[in-house]
Design a protein around this ligand. Structure first.
Ligand code: UD1
Ligand code: CA
Length: 473
């Protein structure tokens, strides 16, 4: 019978000091508990999750993974959590139990634990730590083995014991069904400890403790915010290393964040200070300049992202150039050779082949035809305070600087729009549109105005002098 994994995710996580349940805190783009579920699924295990605190949110977060849930009536400890799931589990077979707060755990380690478990009653995965802090300690006395929680240690045990419980175990299900109902609550909080099951198995000669061979960080249990930061750092390092070994250059890995579900092709170069969020997909050979933030986007080979650009929910084709200092929002699509330069924002808009908006523009809810040029300061006025409207610009159009295109509006192919225009009506193909007050020149008037001002100033000075002399004389 294939083993089943049970993830304990019902606790409050008080030590996080957060309104958000601990297992929902994100670690590089996934809620912590999703990392645990993912590792189990990678190991080929069916997953069941014990929920209680913020149950609906935990169910929603894991729903898409196709896992099952059991409900812990109230969070009375890890032993109680497993006991609450027992009615939903088979009478016999192997059950893998793991906490929802171990986001670095790898599927290989779970598989190794199951292999080591074989037919034992309880197999616990342990690790050795220089400073075991809050972890439960493994206590070995001859053949007997048990776990003592940190709060129950006396000072000599605290100083001596370095081997700790990772909180990850394999159990014989028939044995669990038999012994779990008999667990006794522990002071001070009256919790039922799952750790007690190891001692019960030991009494029957069926307990194993397997020391984890790899680096102990993998079994890190996140109880507080500092451990959360460490988990993000360590997992980030692992992900960046994987990408690097697959052909990606990170110019400054320490300042670069790479989340889960990021795809990077060979010869991708990532500049210092970049943040690559979940769903970023970059094809081979693309260079991303320093300090860019990318999320949920597609960048094709031959495109370039220059420094300080923010790209979210966008699609960038080969030969397109973004930035420096550009912002692409969801629905932005740059076709081959399109260009979006500094301080240009694009939202829900397509720039067709070779279209350009090089400086200071807002393009929202629009389609810009091939090779069209959008001058500096151009705004698609897409919002009338109530609804959003579209702007259509034909191919080879030239939009002069500082134009306001009041949507809904259509500007034909090969048109020229004079700088500073405010356009509210359709412009037919090949037309020149002037949407501004006509210019008026008054010949010589500047010179006359200056002369008049000078004359007035002279007379005022004369008057002032006359008054002063009158008073003195
Ligand atoms: C637990 C172990 C400890 C081990 C450590 C490893 C016990 C008694 N202690 O301590 O020996 O070294 O993990 O990280 O098991 N949970 C529930 N329901 C509850 C309580 C907890 O579902 O009533 C869940 C939590 O959501 C969490 C997991 O169980 O995901 C572990 O709980 P936590 O409070 O973090 O246990 P530790 O104190 O770390
Ligand atoms: Ca923990």
């Amino acid at each position: 019978m294939p083993a089943i994994a049970l993830i304990l995710a019902a606790g409050m996580g008080t030590r996080m000091r957060s309104r958000l349940a601990k297992v929902l805190h994100p670690v590089l783009g996934w809620p912590m508990v999703q990392h645990a579920a993912h590792a189990c699924q990678q190991a080929g295990l069916a997953v069941r999750v014990v929920v209680n605190h913020q149950e609906e949110a935990v169910r929603a977060a894991l729903g898409p993974l196709g896992v099952e849930f059991s409900r812990q009536s109230s969070p009375l400890g890890t032993g109680h959590a497993v006991a609450c799931a027992l009615p939903d589990l088979p009478a016999e077979g192997t059950l893998l139990v793991l906490p929802g707060d171990a986001p670095l755990l790898r599927s290989e380690t779970l598989a190794a634990l199951l292999a080591a478990h074989d037919q034992a009653l309880c197999t616990c995965l342990s690790m050795e730590l220089p400073d075991p802090a809050e972890y439960g300690r493994i206590v070995r006395e001859g053949q007997a083995v048990r776990i003592v929680e940190a709060v129950h240690l006396d000072p000599t045990e605290r100083a001596a014991l370095r081997e700790v419980n990772s909180g990850i175990y394999a159990f014989d299900l028939a044995f669990l069904h038999e012994v779990l109902p008999g667990l006794r609550p522990h002071p001070p909080k009256g919790e039922l400890y799952l750790t007690d099951v190891l001692e019960l198995a030991s009494e029957r000669g069926g307990a194993r403790v397997i020391l984890h061979r790899g680096p102990p960080e993998e079994l890190l249990g996140v109880n507080d915010r500092w451990a959360l930061s460490q988990a993000e750092g360590l997992l980030g390092e692992r992900l960046k290393r994987q990408h690097a070994l697959a052909g990606v250059s990170f110019q400054d890995p320490a300042s670069t964040r790479v989340e889960v579900e990021v795809q990077l092709g060979e010869d991708v170069v990532i500049g210092p200070g970049c943040v690559l969020r979940r769903g970023t997909r970059i094809q081979s050979g693309v260079e991303v300049g320093p300090h860019c933030v990318l999320a949920d986007c597609e960048v094709a080979s031959g495109a370039r992202i220059e420094a300080h650009s923010v790209v979210q929910g966008a699609k960038i084709a080969s030969g397109a150039v973004v930035g420096p200092f550009a912002r692409l929002r969801p629905g932005a699509e740059l076709r081959a050779g399109a260009r979006v330069g500094n301080f240009v924002e694009v939202k829900n808009a397509v720039l067709e082949e070779g279209a350009k908006a090089n400086h200071l523009a807002y393009i929202g809810d629009a389609r810009i035809g091939a090779r069209a040029n959008i001058g500096a300061g151009t705004i698609t006025c897409n919002y009338d305070g109530y609804r959003k409207h579209r702007t259509e610009i034909g191919e080879d159009a030239f939009i002069g600087s500082n134009s306001a295109l009041v949507a809904p509006v259509k500007i034909g192919a090969r048109t020229i729009v004079a700088a500073g225009s405010v356009l509210t009506r359709e412009v037919p193909d090949d037309a020149l549109a002037l949407g501004r007050a006509p210019q008026v020149n008054k010949e010589g008037m500047a010179r006359d105005l200056r002369a008049r001002s000078a004359e007035l100033a002279r007379r005022a000075a004369e008057l002032a002098r006359g008054e002063k002399e009158g008073r003195n004389g």
